[in-house]
Design a protein around this ligand. Structure first.
Ligand SMILES: Cc1ncc(C[n+]2csc(CCOP(=O)(O)OP(=O)(O)O)c2C)c(N)n1
Ligand SMILES: [Mg+2]
Length: 649
């Protein structure tokens, strides 16, 4: 037996966890982020210190973040870059330190990315209640602020007795390492229990290897899927993040080439296939390419692979307009395979693709269909070329760059394996349709939660992962001024850790994204730009904010540029540097990227005194008529069957 505190036991246990997939074994926990307060300083904090001073090279590394939410972002980005085969823990104090992590927890769970959250909790004994930062609930004696983690965690537990720890830890790691279940796992640790000693069985700390499953498809399910695919005349693949997490990119390419089926990509799936593969039709949905969206409109069979089919991917269910469309969904989670009444193929993406390729041997989509897809993709690439060059854009205010030129310059000046990181604002949509992804890990846009403030912290997590894997990639963080203002403090952490990221800070004095959305919905860009208040509202001059000076004050190198040529040389200088560098560039918020011929459902007021809103409501109602339910159960057709399916409305 080993006498340790609950916190010491937790840290020792985390150090001993490993994962194995495809015969490759690695430690699962790459470190623990933390900010200390009275709820964790003498518990988890002491345990981390003790291990750091032990001289043991396998001790759990400690990373000191500046904001709890940002620490979770960094941890989640790390796990994504490592294809979920490694993760991080995050410790926070009681009260605000803990609740600051809630947004990060939701982001992790929605994006299906593992993170272990260890919020401090108030005394289990309650001897001195209420302690500083304790919520006193008249409704229940056993509630603390940490109960808000329950809906946003895939698993929540509170360790109120040391005896509970062993089974709770094992359960936590099982879920974190299960591709079908993973997300945020929260173990709330009351401050007194963290410091309490207990005689733990030694076996708890033995090296443990968790085998990350690659479930194979059930033969009957495979047969059903194959029958539907064989009946297809205009099939389309929608690749999601699951393709990359399963490292199924080569299997996808082989499947696409064997069958001639074009491949479209969701945000998380971008990079599933290189942009210059002839069958890659790029982004799909509300921010999709004209190629992917035209094929989606006509598709009779849609093969979703590792995708959640979010509203951005389906253009709020207006994208797939063929009345006979049916879906075949390959996913490791049955929760996703059943969406759109699909034929369900529960399996690891790589295993599933291998099985489909073998079972469809000798079958291919109509050659004319593949040829059309290739032609449509070429047409879109010409649009990208023009957008990168700024051709055909409306006239731009003096000296300002256009966002699509900025994206083009970063794409052209970065190496194929470099990583672009983004999360919210107008850039995720522009990147989705315009970024030329040349490597399966080259595109990291968090668009499950699209959380403003993820960018810099996420970039730091990605870069840490590349350093740990000895994988020489530059990380380009694309961040708008709005997101930057929300959360920039991890620049300090990047400087402290000597971790280099390149931050492209796009200043357009407010929200280009929500501004354009607001205008399209009849709300006249109200409250979307950063201006002085005047008698008529927030419509005065631009504010004298200098975000470059702000970044410099945090210890980053800053290159303030004007115009696109200046920007290009700054990117080259930033690449040469070994230090975290922020390139501050001003762009014109009123010049949009090439349009996506797709809609996004954002409801407009049904009644209003404003003519702009009344007009937008009429447009909204006409779009609503195109929304589909996709409820008809998928069935393989009989030979003479020209099925009329009745999905609509
Ligand atoms: C935390 C959070 N709050 C609000 C939103 C809604 N939202 C999405 S984009 C955006 C504006 C982003 O502004 P900026 O970073 O400057 O990017 P731009 O739109 O100018 O490209 C807002 C408020 C969000 N996604 N996340
Ligand atoms: Mg902005």
């Amino acid at each position: 037996m080993t006498v340790l505190t609950v916190a010491q036991a937790t840290v020792r246990f985390l150090e001993a966890q490993h994962v194995e997939r495809d015969g490759r074994e690695t430690p699962f926990f790459a470190g623990c982020w933390g900010i200390f307060g009275h709820g964790n300083v003498a518990g988890v904090g002491q345990a981390l210190l003790e291990r750091e001073q032990s001289g043991d090279p396998s001790h759990l590394r400690f990373f000191h973040g500046r904001n709890e939410q940002a620490m979770v972002h960094a941890a989640v980005a790390y796990a994504r870059q490592r294809d979920r085969l490694a993760a991080m823990a995050v410790t926070a104090s009681v009260g605000p330190g803990a609740t600051n992590m809630v947004t990060g927890a939701a982001l992790a769970t929605i994006n299906r990315l593992p993170v272990l959250l260890l919020p401090g909790d108030t005394f289990a004994t309650r001897v001195a209640s209420p302690v500083l930062q304790e919520l006193e609930s008249t409704q229940a004696g056993d509630v603390s602020v940490n109960d808000v983690f329950r809906p946003v965690s895939v698993h929540f537990d509170r360790i109120s007795r040391p005896e509970q720890l062993a089974s709770a830890l094992l359960h936590a790691i099982r879920i974190l390492t299960d591709p079908a279940e993973t997300g945020a796992v929260t173990l709330a640790l009351p401050q007194d229990v963290q410091a309490e000693a207990f005689d733990f069985p030694e076996a708890l700390f033995a090296k443990r290897v968790w085998h990350v499953a690659r479930p194979v498809p059930e033969p009957a399910a495979l047969e059903r899927a194959v029958a539907v695919i064989r009946s297809a005349r205009q099939p389309l693949i929608v690749a999601g993040g699951g393709v990359t997490y399963a490292q199924a990119n080569d299997a996808l390419e082989a499947f696409a080439e064997a069958t001639g089926i074009p491949v479209a990509e969701s945000q998380a799936g971008k990079g599933a296939l290189r942009y210059d593969h002839s069958q890659s039709v790029g982004a799909i949905g509300a921010t999709g390419t004209s190629a992917a969206n035209a094929l989606a409109e006509e598709a009779d069979v849609v093969i979703g692979i590792g995708t959640r089919f979010s509203d951005f991917t389906t253009a709020s269910r207006t994208l797939f307009q063929n009345p006979a469309v049916q879906f075949v969904n390959l996913n490791v989670s049955a929760f996703d395979t059943h969406k759109h009444a699909a034929v369900s193929l529960v399996a690891d993406a790589r295993e599933g693709l291998h099985a489909l390729t073998a079972a469809l041997d000798g079958w291919a989509a109509d050659a004319a269909h593949t040829a059309r897809a290739i032609e449509l993709a070429r047409e879109w690439d010409a649009v990208v070329e023009k957008a990168y060059a700024g051709d055909g854009a409306p006239s731009v205010a003096d000296g300002l760059a256009i966002q699509s030129q900025v994206i083009g310059a970063v794409n052209e000046l970065s190496s194929p394996r470099d990583v672009v990181v983004c999360a919210a604002g107008s850039m995720p949509g522009d990147l989705h349709k315009l970024w030329r992804t040349r490597d399966r890990k080259g595109y990291h846009v968090e668009y499950g939660f699209s959380c403003m403030g993820y960018e810099i912290a996420g970039g730091l997590g990605v870069k840490l992962a590349t350093v740990d894997e000895d994988d020489d990639r530059e990380v380009f963080v694309m961040v708008g001024d709005g997101s930057y203002l929300m959360m920039n403090a991890e620049l300090v952490t990047a400087v402290a850790e000597g971790i280099k990221i390149i931050v492209i800070l796009v200043q357009n004095h407010g929200y280009a994204s929500i501004g354009a959305l607001s205008e399209s919905l009849g709300s006249q860009r109200f409250g979307t730009s950063y201006r002085y208040r005047t008698a008529s509202g927030l419509d005065g001059e631009k504010l004298p904010v200098d975000l470059g000076a702000n970044a410099a004050s945090l210890g980053a190198d800053v290159l303030a540029v004007s115009g696109i040529e200046d920007f290009r040389s700054a990117v080259l200088r930033a690449k040469e540097s070994t230090r975290t560098t922020v390139i501050h560039v001003e762009t014109d918020p009123l010049v949009p990227a090439p349009d996506s011929p797709a809609w996004w459902d954002v409801p407009v007021s049904e009644v209003s005194v404003l003519p702009s809103t009344q007009h937008a409501r009429r447009t909204y109602e006409s779009h609503k008529t195109r929304q589909r339910t996709h409820l008809s159960p998928a069935t393989a057709p009989t030979s003479s069957d020209e099925r009329a399916r009745h999905d609509d409305v």
